[in-house]
Design a protein around this ligand. Structure first.
Ligand code: CTP
Ligand code: ZN
Length: 155
């Protein structure tokens, strides 16, 4: 395996848990928000931000000790980190590695920024967004969000 090379390893290896790699530079804090991690429960987390990468000019990396991610969490991560790699680590070895896949639709995870949208009112309507390569679109009112998708995430 072509690691970054120990001379370039910015963030220590973890023993067991999940490494979310190839996150676009600057998105690591949004990744933590999606995972509901703010450090208050003693979670053991390492974060590298804007570190040099082969694939992007700069990338973020988030390492979560002692925890794997749910499919729902991975689906939401894919919206802000479409090229992320999820690495499952056990006893210091990467035992599983996969790229995130963007679902066609996400339900109940984003809130529509349109205050008049039926999905944001008191109606018992769960938000639904169609996912495109560079945007998401509310299935109820058609509002398209390209940037700042992270700000729509219900946490
Ligand atoms: N990693 C870690 N702790 C471990 C093992 C790996 O934090 N015990 C991290 C590595 O530092 C790397 C990522 O998990 O950021 C993936 O590890 P690996 O597959 O060994 O690296 P690469 O081959 O460089 O990964 P890729 O090809 O996906 O870039
Ligand atoms: Zn809407």
């Amino acid at each position: 395996m072509s690691d970054d090379g120990d001379h370039k390893l910015r963030v220590s290896k973890i023993r067991s848990g999940t490494v979310i790699d190839h996150v676009p530079g600057g998105q690591a804090l949004n990744v933590l928000a999606i995972l509901g991690i703010d450090g208050s429960k003693g979670e053991e987390i390492s974060v590298g931000m804007n570190v040099p990468s082969d694939r992007f000019a700069r990338k973020d990396i988030v390492k979560v000790e002692g925890r794997e991610l749910s499919q729902d969490e991975v689906d939401v991560l894919s919206l802000i980190a479409p090229d992320a790699t999820i690495n499952i680590v056990r006893d210091y070895d990467v035992i599983e590695k996969h790229r995130v896949e963007r679902p066609d639709v996400v339900e109940g995870v984003l809130s529509c920024p349109n205050a008049g949208c039926i999905s944001t009112g008191d109606e018992p309507v769960s938000s639904t967004f169609e996912v495109f390569d560079d945007a998401v679109r509310c299935s109820y009112c058609g509002t398209i969000v390209r940037e700042e998708i992270a700000s729509l995430i219900d946490t």
